[in-house]
Design a protein around this ligand. Structure first.
Ligand SMILES: C[S@@+](CC[C@H](N)C(=O)[O-])C[C@H]1O[C@@H](n2cnc3c(N)ncnc32)[C@H](O)[C@@H]1O
Length: 263
């Protein structure tokens, strides 16, 4: 069995597995940026295949997409042109003199900061990259969802899908690493084309709402909104005009914060 990240190594497969034909995530991000009056310069951190960055570009923004995966960046440049795409590690980045009016960080990319030091590194980097009054817009798993709930942990879960004439099957097990506050995922991919199984390990920080507020405050951000939905990955999903909930209970967190002071 090989150890790899099948989806980030194969961006076309990633888009087939997680389709977003109506660009819901990009539309949600644009709607929130407009609502909070963000200027045109946007950094999409953990931009992946580039589809959200390209949507924001088409909406008239000047976008830089940043990701650690060369495969993702190559795909983004070929298939979702418009934004500039750069390789950067969201846990600590420095894009030189470039300044942004907003940093967006979608689909739990922020939670690739596993340690407190990495979270500090991310927020210090965002602070450096943002113009005064700039926004941080993020959408991610909610650590608090797992308090008293095991429904996502009672796996493993199996799903299959067809791509380019091959049936792929993923078997996924999630567990909570309490000491590290990480949600750890082991996923085994098999395919009916005779290729060997691929085992993939991923982990996301389990961040709790009050912890997030404290971290943001420490780095000079004022939290403008923190709620569980609706958003691009909630059930039911967000539609234009939907008001944000007043709850922070379900499995997704939606965050808007403004940089209000230099620290
Ligand atoms: C779940 S995907 C999200 C992609 C995109 N934001 C979306 O919503 O479709 C996570 C992305 O984060 C990237 N990533 C993981 N760790 C990273 C890091 N330390 N720095 C920058 N990007 C990272 C992966 O390469 C992947 O493209």
């Amino acid at each position: 069995m090989t150890d790899a990240n099948l989806l980030t190594d194969n961006p076309a497969l990633y888009e087939a597995r997680f389709p977003d034909a109506t660009r819901l995530a990009g539309r949600w991000a644009e709607d929130r940026l407009r609502h909070y009056g963000a200027g045109p310069r946007v950094l999409d951190l953990g931009c992946g295949t580039g589809r959200d960055a390209a949507h924001l570009h088409r909406a008239g923004r000047r976008v830089v997409g940043a990701d650690l995966s060369e495969a993702m960046l190559g795909h983004a440049r070929r298939h979702h042109p418009g934004p500039a795409y750069v390789r950067a590690d969201l846990r600590h980045f420095d894009l030189g003199q470039r300044r942004f009016d907003a940093v967006v960080c979608l689909d739990s990319a922020l939670l690739y900061c596993h340690t407190n030091e990495e979270l500090d590194g991310l927020l210090a980097s965002c602070r450096r990259a943002l113009a005064p009054g700039g926004l941080l817009l993020a959408e991610m798993r909610n650590g608090a969802f797992f308090l008293g709930r095991t429904e996502l942990l009672d796996g493993p879960s199996v799903s299959t899908f067809d791509w380019q004439g091959v049936t792929h099957r993923s078997t996924t097990a999630l567990r909570v690493d309490r000491a590290a506050q990480l949600l750890r995922r082991t996923r085994v991919w098999t395919a009916d084309d005779g290729s060997p199984p691929v085992e993939q390990h991923s982990a996301w920080r389990l961040l709790f709402p009050q912890e997030l507020r404290h971290l943001l405050g420490t780095h000079g951000f004022e939290v403008l909104a923190l709620y569980d939905g609706p958003g691009p990955r909630t059930d039911p999903p967000w539609s234009p005009g939907d008001p944000p909930a007043t709850t922070v209970d379900a499995d997704r967190l939606h965050l808007v914060a403004r940089l209000t002071r230099e620290t």
